[in-house]
Write a protein of this length. Sequence first.
Length: 83
Amino acid sequence: MVDPIAVKQVLDNLLVNTLKYARSYASIQFQVTPDHAVFSISKDVEHLTEKDVPFLFNRLYTTDKARTDRGLAIAKNEWSTVS
């Protein structure tokens, strides 16, 4: 059984992150089938490079060295408890 509160927390975190850091556009798509759900986000981000991608879900990883950002790591951890 899926915990709807945990799913909401994960999606809220991802949506806030998307809207907060997209420079000029963001695309959010959500598809549901009888077997699964797919949530995809694309956005332009000024400070993100290809070398950052493997680390995006690491706890405390941020490309902005003036901040500590746990958003995606928290979303990943919350999602692992949902599924």
